[in-house]
Design a protein around this ligand. Structure first.
Ligand code: TXA
Ligand code: MG
Length: 324
């Protein structure tokens, strides 16, 4: 029998041990509601350097600082009133807020990749919350996957990318319930802009703040050097990815969506047979990892509607399909 992926095995003593590890400048992978994070003490440049190196991440790509509550997160940056209201309504939850860093903010330069701004987030997961409380300092945490690879939504995915317990301790908090990274919102002149679509939909944001927030132009986003996480190729499996396939090539693995699936003999996964976008979001990265492990050289993906969570799902799929 396989274990229930939703079961958390991280208990109080393990969380205390994990916090102590972070305090020693070492790395701990921890669950959040979006994806697993690879955490390090954001105030310790040596710990952050180890994090970049272990993940294979370019040091010009800044990290998100994680805090246990909105008060402590918003203390680190200057925020526009609309962004503050959004954060206070959405946190804990799948939102990351960017703002100019406040004087005295303890997050080190390296974690910010030298930028004058900082991204902060309050995750909605009891294990993450307990860990952040126990550490008592901001925790820098990118998604817990090797740089450029598919994000990790289970402890098993993290272990696959980082097999050494000596390098990375993993807290198992079950499968991530959202399955997609947080939505990143930044100031843009007097207004706001979405830098990365994610688990908090634009519709949900508009409902909270009463107006629509634009998504940064994709082409411009790819050229901007300050947010390399928005690079075209990202979230990529080893296999080539074909988008919007209604007739998958015979030798491809199929990533289906919805109740009507074309006949196919090779490996296949369905993101949601009912066509439910939140179920599809939850399954996306695990399904990509499984199809990749099947050895198929091509993954053919059926169309996913571009509404609600479909926008972020399609964003990740486009990056998975982008030329490397
Ligand atoms: O859901 C999430 O956000 C997960 C969990 C672990 O919290 N974290 C995550 O981190 O997705 P990462 O490092 O994979 O993606 C962070 C993104 C990157 O695209 C980075 O460029 C952007 O946030 N970022 C960080 N600091 C920024 C800043 N000051 N301005 C603009 N973008 C920033
Ligand atoms: Mg990532």
């Amino acid at each position: 029998m396989t274990e229930d992926p939703h079961m958390s095995t991280a208990d109080g003593p393990m969380i205390a041990a994990a916090a102590a590890r972070i305090g020693e400048g070492r790395l701990v992978a921890f669950p959040t509601e979006t994806v697993y994070g690879l955490g390090a003490d954001a105030t310790d440049p040596a710990a952050v350097a180890r994090l970049y190196e272990t993940k294979g991440r370019p040091q010009f790509n800044p990290l998100i600082a994680h805090l246990p509550d909105a008060g402590r997160a918003l203390d680190l940056i200057e925020v526009l009133p609309a962004l503050r209201s959004l954060a206070e309504a959405a946190w804990p939850g799948p939102l990351t807020v960017v703002g100019p860093v406040r004087p005295g903010c303890p997050v080190c330069d390296l974690a910010r990749a030298g930028l004058a701004t900082l991204a902060v987030r309050v995750p909605d997961h009891p294990v993450a919350h307990a860990l952040l409380e126990a550490v008592g300092r901001p925790v820098a945490a990118p998604s817990a996957n090797l740089s450029g690879h598919v994000s990790a939504t289970t402890a098993e995915h993290v272990r696959h990318d980082f097999p050494s317990e000596a390098d990375v301790m993993v807290l198992d908090g079950g499968a991530a319930v959202r399955g997609l990274e947080s939505t990143i919102v930044a100031p843009d002149g007097d207004g706001l802009i979405v830098l990365r679509e994610g688990a908090l939909t634009r519709e949900a944001i508009a409902e909270i703040i009463g107006f629509e927030v634009a998504v940064r132009d994709r082409a411009a986003g790819n050229a901007r050097p300050d947010v390399p996480g928005q690079l075209a190729s990202h979230y990529a499996p080893a296999a080539r990815v074909l988008l919007n396939c209604r007739r998958p090539p015979a030798d491809a693995a199929l990533l289906a969506f919805g109740p009507v699936v074309p006949p196919h003999r090779g490996p296949s996964e369905n993101l949601s047979t009912a066509g439910d976008l939140s179920v599809a979001a939850q399954n996306l990265f695990a399904a990509l990892r499984r199809l990749d492990a099947s050895g198929a050289r091509t993954i053919a993906v059926m169309p996913v509607p571009d509404i609600g969570l479909g926008a972020a799902i399609n964003d990740r799929l486009r990056r998975a399909a982008a030329p490397r």
